[in-house]
Ligand binder design. Structure first.
Ligand code: AMP
Ligand code: ZN
Length: 460
């Protein structure tokens, strides 16, 4: 496949928009810092998952091979605290919330990353990295801990642009007496017999959060990778520390020796404040889905602002997204008898997305395509709208089902499932079951009309 379009990406490391060129010809390697799985993901977490999903989708159009890794942090103090509170083992908790995270993200149209490594399955690689850091004089052992010595890496702070004073003030850790420098951070810490732990040259313990991503990224994607990212809150200290660990373990001073491009999504906010568990202003993706808000609608809101801009969550934004998608589905429903053909993603949409994932511009293009499909009613115009929608993760539902579900508040997929069962029951002359289904649907106000094309339904 020839590349006739370049992808431009704002690189947080150089603070400029650059032409993206993968290191390995035809293969883009991406790593995004994934969730700590001790409870449900909020929609701020979901914004990150959706943004990187779109990045991977666009790069897959441009390059023959994309490897997208996003980790699961399944060892962390919050997990241990949740285990103490609930009496469940850390593994029970993390496996449960990993599954729920993947289900919730799937509902938002997020494809599973190609690789989803778990921190607990990468411990030997973390130990090796720490040994390399100690050997090169960048880390030291103190009271069962292994610490990274920040002054040993003069380039430290280059990603976030923080001064040394800011670094110390911003470090999310108490200054423990065993630290040689207040900015030093923990790579490994001892575990009590009740806490989860692994044997290491420094005794039984567990890794700090930062070393996990350095080890997982290198193990699964090599060194350097093309794009590393996550939410803007991770720039400091998490990503700064990842860079320090991965560069120093291999004797590099060039900050791009770990990842060549850095990408950070802006915060999802509520009334201007960052959505976070600690502030208590969070909305769970899981709850919205359970309330019957469609995954595509949530996704549409999450991509409605450019990924680097803040995005304020509001009911109005949800209503607006619903209206926009309804309009597209209505047009597709009108065109249900127009043949389905396959066309490449239209240039306007591709150009917008290749310009640092400009989703607001892509939405404007989607509206142009919708208008054209409505007016022209041709297979080409219909297919262009569908191809553009699919690339961004929209218009995956049957238009009739989408529209029916909206007007009635009844779950259309549930109705369709029962109607299929009823058709089968009637074919098998099981009229008792067929009547039972009719009654079950009637109880929800669903009226069935049998037509030569099969049963039709509406809410009375
Ligand atoms: P956490 O589970 O808190 O480590 O977060 C998982 C991912 O979600 C990280 O990449 C965070 O940067 C991102 N994230 C957390 N809160 C927000 C928010 N309010 N807006 C956007 N991204 C967020
Ligand atoms: Zn990370």
């Amino acid at each position: 496949m020839t590349l006739d379009r370049s992808f431009r990406l704002y690189n947080s490391l150089t603070r400029t928009k650059e032409d993206f060129v993968p290191l390995e010809i035809g293969h883009a390697r991406i790593y995004a810092c994934g969730p700590t799985v001790y409870s449900y993901a909020h929609i701020g977490n979901a914004r990150m998952a959706v943004v990187f999903d779109v990045l991977a989708r666009v790069l897959r159009v441009l390059y023959p091979k994309v490897t997208y890794a996003s980790n699961i942090t399944d060892i962390e103090d919050k997990i241990i605290a949740a285990s103490q509170e609930t009496g469940q083992s850390p593994e029970q908790i993390t496996r449960k919330f990993e599954r729920i995270y993947n289900e919730d993200m799937a509902a938002l149209g997020v494809a599973l990353p190609d690789i989803q490594p778990r921190a607990t399955e990468t411990i030997p690689e973390m130990i090796k990295l720490m040994e390399q850091l100690i050997e090169r004089g960048h880390a030291y052992v103190a009271e069962g801990h292994v610490l990274f010595h920040v002054p040993s890496f003069p380039e430290y702070g280059g990603l976030s642009g923080r001064s040394r004073d800011d670094q110390i003030a911003g470090a999310r850790v108490d200054v423990a007496p065993y630290k040689r420098d207040p900015a030093d951070f923990v790579l490994w810490k001892p575990s009590t017999p009740e806490q989860p732990g692994w044997d290491s040259p420094w005794g039984r313990g567990r890794p700090g959060w930062h070393i996990e991503c350095s080890a997982m990224s290198e193990k699964f994607l090599g060194l350097p990778i093309d794009i590393h990212g996550g939410g803007a809150d991770l720039k400091f200290p998490h990503h700064e520390n990842e860079i320090a660990q991965s560069c120093c373990a291999h004797g590099h001073h060039d900050l791009a020796a770990f990842s060549r491009y850095w990408m950070h999504n802006g915060f999802l906010t509520v009334e201007g404040e960052k959505m976070s568990k600690s502030l208590g202003n969070f909305i769970l993706a899981h709850d919205l889905i359970e309330q019957g808000i469609k995954g595509e609608v949530i996704r549409y809101v999450l991509l409605s602002a450019h990924y680097r801009q803040p995005l304020d969550w509001s009911e109005g934004a949800v209503e607006q997204a619903q209206k926009s998608l309804d309009k597209f589905y209505r047009i597709l429903d009108e065109l249900k008898d127009v043949a389905d053909i396959s066309v490449p993603v239209p240039d306007g949409v591709m150009e917008a997305l290749c310009d640092d994932l400009n989703t607001p511009k892509a939405y404007a293009e989607l509206n142009v395509l919708a208008k054209a499909a409505h007016e022209q009613k041709t297979p080409e115009a219909k297919a262009a709208l569908v191809a553009a929608g699919h690339l961004m993760g929209f218009l995956n539902e049957n238009p009739a089902i989408w529209l029916a579900a909206n007007t009635s508040g009844v779950d259309a997929a549930w109705v369709e499932g029962l109607l299929n069962e009823r058709t089968e029951a009637r074919a098998a002359k099981n009229f008792a079951r067929s009547d039972e289904i009719r009654d079950e649907l009637a109880a929800k106000g669903v009226v069935i009309e049998d037509t030569p094309q099969g049963p039709k339904w509406k809410v009375a």
